[in-house]
Design a binder for this molecule. Structure first.
Ligand SMILES: Nc1ncnc2c1ncn2[C@@H]1O[C@H](COP(=O)(O)OP(=O)(O)OP(=O)(O)O)[C@@H](O)[C@H]1O
Length: 323
């Protein structure tokens, strides 16, 4: 393995089932320390891609490298974490036994397992519950236990398939924090989720796939075409301030209907223009009540790109007969 190869590198990756390409020329690079969102409608080929990246499904063509090596290499596999959407567990095991078992499979020593198992249980919010059997766990607790298994051996690349589908809002925030910690530790996270608001908050880059092909990929900003919408509220909007704002960005909307209040939607191109907006407001003598960069709306982008009518989605499910 070379010094810092990307976490994921695929070239023209392809998988056919019965002569039909379900992954069709997929080229992706995910560097270390990045959270990558992999989005697409049902049947787009996301799970098949993940299985090829994990070495569980043999590609029909193309190249795949994970952490600089082959997903079949045990040394590479030892650095991968995986939380499948429907993760199966042994109901008779306690959570601690389950994690200890996984730790053994991942090659952790007994001493490491003794400290690491309670530490990950704490990290996923199951501190003090490790002695209970998984058969008595709720759906959300099982998902947390699965996540603990995925991060147990300090993986360099973690695949999370719908990691929060069974979780309450607090659990979702906690999972987001875990993903952010993984990134801070330099690991890459490959996230598959239908919860776009969640993806928006945590992913550095996303790819949209449909019928096994990448429609587009990039950071939120790139996907938005380099536009940063900002909502501004001031008490008075002078002609001079309006002209200054117009020089900084594109004025998309101004609302001065309410006395003592003016709302402006301004489209900037870069974060570092935001302080200049505040400066212009102060220079005009107006008082600033809000200056809020708006998140690019992934759901709108997704629907625009995928253009899946309910009919198309039903047809997609109809063809989803698995061997
Ligand atoms: N083992 C298999 N044999 C035949 N066809 C398969 C097999 N596995 C997947 N497929 C087909 O490949 C296509 C992509 O499936 P895949 O599970 O990768 O999609 P997905 O994007 O993960 O969907 P979802 O969001 O619904 O989980 C589907 O049409 C599916 O029927």
């Amino acid at each position: 393995m070379t010094a810092h190869p990307p976490a994921i590198d695929t070239r023209e990756l392809r998988k056919e089932y019965r002569g039909r390409a379900v992954v069709d020329g997929l080229t992706l690079t995910v560097p270390r320390g990045e959270v990558f969102g992999f989005l697409g409608p049902n049947g787009a080929g996301k799970s098949t891609t993940v299985k090829m990246l994990l070495g569980l499904v043999q590609p029909s063509g193309g190249e795949v490298r994970v952490l600089g090596g082959s997903p079949h290499d045990p040394a590479v596999r030892a650095q991968l974490g995986f939380l499948p959407e429907q993760f199966r567990f042994q109901t008779w095991m306690t959570a601690s036994e389950f994690l200890d078992f996984h730790g053994r499979l991942a090659g952790l020593s007994a001493a490491e397992r003794r400290t690491r198992v309670p530490a990950v249980l704490d990290e996923v919010g199951l501190g003090g519950r490790g002695h209970e059997t998984l058969g008595g766990y709720s759906k959300g607790m099982l998902q947390r236990a699965g996540l603990a298994g995925a991060i147990l051996a300090r993986p360099q690349l973690v695949f999370l398939d719908e990691p929060t589908s069974a979780l309450d809002p607090i659990g979702r925030v906690e999972v987001r924090e875990i993903i952010e910690r993984l990134r801070a530790q330099g690991a890459a996270v490959f996230l598959n989720s239908h919860l776009l608001s969640e993806v928006e908050q945590v992913c550095d880059r996303v790819a949209f796939v449909k019928r096994g092909r990448v429609l587009t990929q990039g950071s939120m900003r790139e996907l938005m075409g380099g536009v940063l919408p900002v909502d501004l509220r001031v008490d008075t909007l002078s002609a001079e301030l309006l002209a200054d704002l117009g020089r900084l960005g594109e004025l998309r909307r101004t609302d001065t209907n309410t006395p003592g209040r003016a709302d402006v939607e301004l489209w900037l191109t870069r974060d570092d223009q935001i302080p200049a907006v505040a400066d212009a407001v102060h220079a005009s003598g107006a008082r600033l009540y809000a200056l809020t960069p708006r998140r690019p709306d992934l759901e709108t982008m997704f629907l625009d790109l995928i253009e899946d009518t309910p009919e198309a989605a039903r047809a997609g499910r109809g063809e989803a007969s698995r061997a």
